[in-house]
Design a protein around this ligand. Structure first.
Ligand SMILES: Nc1nc2c(ncn2[C@@H]2O[C@H](COP(=O)(O)OP(=O)(O)OP(=O)(O)O)[C@@H](O)[C@H]2O)c(=O)[nH]1
Ligand SMILES: [Mg+2]
Length: 177
């Protein structure tokens, strides 16, 4: 069976829940005892989307700034990025531009999706701030529109499958162009 290879890249601040989201999607379980990702972890999942068979390779980057020099190495093969931030932290979006700019240091046209995680907790970031970031990334991509946005929870599973499937569709479209 022919499978289309898609590379998804999880990026964004440490503690935003990237690894918890990936494990929720790939293994359908909540891993509560995770340590911070030391550099990168790589996961794989076979999925069928719109009657296409996809082999999704998911790079889960460590968000700590000490891994910054490694990001460049791993970012290159991405067909789509999911930038995750923590909705429950007032500082969740504060240094998001560091992650955004690291993408554009290796790529200039690639689908990017923004994910506000931990929507099971009290929301501490207002919609206006989120919209600003969506527009800022859209502009860097040379688009007039804000980038797509999902509010998700790795703990309850809300919107997790929807978001990953959306990302895979975007990646498939991108590769077909
Ligand atoms: N309440 C709640 N907690 C979450 C959720 N997702 C992750 N967490 C918690 O947030 C913390 C950080 O999660 P990780 O998945 O390790 O974060 P990360 O983004 O991978 O962090 P780095 O690997 O350092 O970049 C952990 O204590 C998780 O249990 C969520 O949706 N809701
Ligand atoms: Mg991690």
């Amino acid at each position: 069976m022919v499978r289309e290879l898609i590379t998804l890249m999880m990026h964004g601040p440490s503690f935003s829940g990237k690894s918890t989201l990936v494990i929720r999607y790939v293994k359908n379980k909540v891993e509560k005892m995770l340590l911070m990702t030391m550099g990168v972890d790589i996961f794989q999942k076979n999925v069928s989307i719109d009657s296409k068979n996809v082999h999704a390779v998911i790079y889960d980057l460590g968000g700590k700034h000490m891994f910054k020099s490694m990001w460049k190495v791993f970012l290159a093969p991405a067909d789509v990025f999911i930038i995750v931030f923590d909705l429950s932290s007032p500082k969740g979006l504060d240094d998001i531009e560091i992650y955004v700019d690291s993408i554009f240091s290796v790529k200039n046209r690639v689908p990017v999706i923004l994910a506000g995680n931990k929507c099971d907790l009290e929301k501490k970031i207002d919609d206006e701030k989120i919209m600003q970031v969506r527009k800022m990334i859209g502009e860097k991509l040379g688009e007039n529109e804000p980038i797509p946005y999902f509010e998700v929870s790795a703990v309850t599973g809300k919107n997790v499958n929807r978001m990953f499937e959306f990302a895979i569709r975007k990646a498939l479209e991108f590769k077909e162009k």
